[in-house]
Ligand binder design. Structure first.
Ligand code: XIL
Length: 571
């Protein structure tokens, strides 16, 4: 077995260092294609060049399985060698999603996924199935907007049963349902009202959750059945998932000899400043349900534009070390920890370098952190905490001429997978008010969701005394205005005296807000906590993108500690 595809990965770095991503992908694809026809032999490099470092799976052999994702490219040559060396279980990155397995109604296309699963099993790894039901990456006919109940029921059950039965005995577990809970649900103990607005929910009601798990259990009674979601470090979202699993397992304590839901999958698409404490709190919460927990799609974003400084690489290592320490602590309840991406070059979030290996397949500090988190943490003592970003607001009352002269604050750090609407903010102030002008581009302009935060909208966060509390006190507030100038507030008392205006042109819109000060009368050089968020809806009206200025915690709506700092200056 030779190491063709990995070749191209290494050589693209050496030979083509300055070429743009698109070209690199083209090179990679060409190289992979060549592999299929066996023509790439001449390009060969030293075979077996993967580093002889300790296998990650061995470090956790007594605790949990360690996994990574497979696509065609990962099952050949050096890349496959790397998979086999470090990992004990695989998840198909895309090949087992509904859009891959039943693109046309009634026509199941298992060939590609079967070949993948066979290769994985022959190599002695286990296989996890991802995913039976999801509102994304499903064919249009399956769960379109307005689908009648009977049709939705048939589609959901037929797909689930056929696929689960097909892979019976070959996968040890399934993500039965993926990403069905809203982000930051405001009333999380009521899980039904926290369910994401999808065609499945609209056609079938909250019962669809129970229904799809029952279908999966019936089709493959041995497979462990998971509910899988992202942002579960958010306590509100975790609480909603907890309430859902609790109720469904209490209602169905014995479905084929055990409770209906076997496990909760915490995807774990994190950032370097994700709080390991929140991750631990959620893990503990799920463990208390008596279910298994797995970390199913772990990656940790660091750096940008596909570059990672040495310092950022260490910071990322520290984040991985902190997370793996938590996983070790709860190891007896953890089934598997799967990394989402073999290397930074092929990660779905390639630009932010989130995996354990660089694009030349060399182990990064993150790898050594995952391998031995205690050692890594000891050797790389906490670097100074990342400072909040700073920007200036200028003194004055809004006027076009003034807006044009003041500096623009970029709202361009993305919190979700999709990187949609972004923009800039400009801020003016006087003794009574803060004036914020946000210019948004790249929006789909959709406000059909009943949840205001899922509509194309702009949010401004203010912490008047800049005390960075992890809760909202007097003088803290979240002001949201959609592209149609409809405003919503958290806390509700802050609405008084607030005014706004919005203008729209194609995929851009502008929101202007006047926000009265409540607890301070600012002077020159007063500093306040401040942030801006841009919510981007998909064409179906579901929030698919969130861009912020400073606070990447996803928690700004209830916690001011991550806000940036705005200095109010008189020029
Ligand atoms: C991603 C894949 O990595 C990409 O190749 C694809 O284009 C989009 O989906 N949550 C999930 C995964 O459950 O299926 C997603 O995978 C990442 C987010």
């Amino acid at each position: 077995m030779l190491h063709h595809s990995s070749l191209s990965v290494q050589s693209r770095k050496a030979v083509l260092p300055a070429l743009a991503g698109v070209l690199l992908i083209a090179v990679l694809v060409t190289a992979c294609k060549k592999n299929e026809t066996g023509e790439a032999g001449e390009m060969n490099m030293t075979p077996g060049a993967i580093e002889k470092i300790s296998p990650l799976k061995s470090a956790y052999a007594k605790q949990f399985l360690v996994g990574n994702i497979v696509s065609g490219a990962n099952l050949e040559g050096q890349r496959f060698e790397l998979i086999k060396r470090h990992y004990s279980i695989a998840t198909a990155e895309n090949a087992m999603k509904p859009s891959s397995l039943q693109r046309e109604k009634g026509v199941f296309t298992f060939e590609a996924a079967d070949a993948m699963v066979d290769t994985v099993l022959e190599a002695g790894l286990k296989m996890h199935g991802h995913t039976l039901a999801w509102h994304q990456q499903s064919p249009d006919w399956m769960n379109y907007e307005g689908i009648p109940r009977e049709e939705a029921l048939e589609n959901l059950v037929t797909h689930t049963k056929t696929v689960a039965e097909h892979y019976k005995g070959r996968v040890i577990s399934w993500d039965v349902l993926n990403e069905a809970i809203n982000d930051n649900p405001p009333n999380p103990t009521d899980w039904k009202s926290s369910l994401r607005e999808t065609p499945w929910l609209r056609a079938l009601g909250p019962d669809y959750v129970e229904l799809v798990f029952k279908a999966a259990r019936e089709a493959d009674p041995a497979a462990r059945l998971y509910y899988n979601d992202y942002n579960l470090d958010n306590q509100n979202k975790a609480q909603a998932v907890y309430a859902m699993v609790k109720e469904l397992n209490e209602k169905n304590p014995d479905v084929g000899g055990r409770p209906l839901i076997d496990g909760v999958g915490m995807q774990g698409h994190y950032r370097v400043n994700t709080s390991p404490d929140f991750v631990e709190q959620s893990l503990k919460r799920f463990v208390s349900l008596g279910v298994e927990v797995s970390i199913t799609e772990l990656d940790v974003q660091a750096g940008a534009d596909s570059t990672l400084t040495e310092r950022q690489a260490i910071e990322q290592g520290i984040a991985y070390a902190q997370l793996f320490r938590v996983f070790k602590k709860y190891a007896s309840h953890i089934g598997r920890v799967t990394i989402w991406g073999l290397d930074d070059g092929t990660s779905w979030r390639s630009a932010t370098n989130p995996t354990l290996f660089d694009e030349a397949l060399k182990a990064k500090p993150a790898f050594y952190a995952a391998l031995d988190p205690d050692k890594f943490a000891k050797e790389n003592k906490a670097l100074p905490v990342k400072e909040a970003k700073q920007a200036e607001a200028w003194y004055g009352t809004p006027a076009a001429a003034l807006w044009n002269t003041i500096p623009a604050i970029p709202i361009d750090q993305y919190l979700m997978a999709w990187q949609g609407a972004s923009g800039t903010a400009k801020v003016l102030w006087d003794e009574q008010n803060l004036y914020v002008l946000v210019e948004v581009r790249g929006a789909e302009l959709n406000k059909t969701s009943r949840n205001a935060h899922e509509q194309d909208s702009v949010e401004v966060f203010v912490d008047e005394n800049n005390s960075k509390t992890t809760w909202f006190e007097n003088g803290d507030g979240q002001y949201r205005v959609n592209f149609d100038n409809e405003a919503t507030f958290n806390q509700t008392t802050i609405a008084e005296g607030f005014t706004s205006a919005a203008t729209v042109s194609e995929k851009s819109y502008t929101v202007e807000m006047k926000i009265p000060f409540k607890t301070i009368t600012p002077k020159n050089n007063t500093r306040i906590g401040f942030d801006v968020q841009i919510n981007g809806a998909s064409a179906q009206g579901i929030r698919q993108s969130v861009a912020v200025w400073n606070d990447t915690s996803g928690n700004s709506f209830q916690d001011t500690s991550g806000y940036g700092v705005l200095k109010l200056v008189k020029k």
